[in-house]
Design a protein around this ligand. Structure first.
Ligand SMILES: CC(C)(COP(=O)(O)OP(=O)(O)OC[C@H]1O[C@@H](n2cnc3c(N)ncnc32)[C@H](O)[C@@H]1OP(=O)(O)O)[C@@H](O)C(=O)NCCC(=O)NCCS
Length: 148
């Protein structure tokens, strides 16, 4: 298993993995490849990938958003969880943000993503509030931030 930096060229494979990871998790279906492309079209995303035997089994996507570095996507294949992969992605992303002059890393997590919330709290992220603009019926979007 290795962790490497990815790029937009990996999007197709990333989306296939994420459709599996996020299937049935939220009210809305997982994002399509078109959605990823459109969302990232005006950004310089920082992408990390975990690969096992060439196959992508985890990914994170982050980018600059109103003066902070924002983690948009984080997902690890079920079979590979609790091995520190997401922890490694976050460490790398926070280091990149710090070196590039950012003072805050932020993210948004839906209430149903319990594991993600535990991971963020363990890494000392603080809850900044409920983001009503991104909450869906019965599923609040919780804002988190880490001062770096
Ligand atoms: C959230 C997610 C990315 C975590 O990935 P992961 O690689 O398993 O996480 P790590 O192994 O790096 O976990 C690091 C720490 O986070 C906490 N943690 C992670 N998963 C946890 C769980 N299921 N229960 C309790 N604590 C957990 C633990 O403190 C863990 O450290 P430890 O294993 O030494 O106790 C993964 O569970 C996932 O893909 N979930 C589905 C998609 C999702 O919810 N993504 C976030 C949406 S924004």
């Amino acid at each position: 298993m290795e962790i490497i930096q990815g790029s937009i060229e990996n999007l197709e494979e990333i989306v296939k993995l994420n459709q599996k990871i996020f299937q049935g998790m939220y009210e809305n279906p997982p994002y399509s490849l078109e959605h990823y492309k459109e969302k990232l079209s005006d950004k310089k995303p920082l992408i990390y990938l975990a690969r096992d035997n060439k196959q992508i089994i985890g990914n994170s996507i982050a980018f600059e958003k109103s003066d902070s570095f924002y983690i948009w996507i984080l997902g690890v294949d079920k079979k590979y969880r609790r091995q520190g992969i997401a922890d490694n992605f976050l460490q790398n992303t926070e280091d990149f943000a710090r070196v590039n002059g950012f003072e805050l890393v932020t993210t948004k997590v839906y209430e149903v993503s319990n594991d993600m919330q535990k991971l963020l709290l363990k890494r000392d992220y603080k809850i900044t509030g409920i983001d009503l603009a991104h909450s869906t019926e019965g599923n609040n979007a919780i804002g988190f931030e880490l001062e770096i």
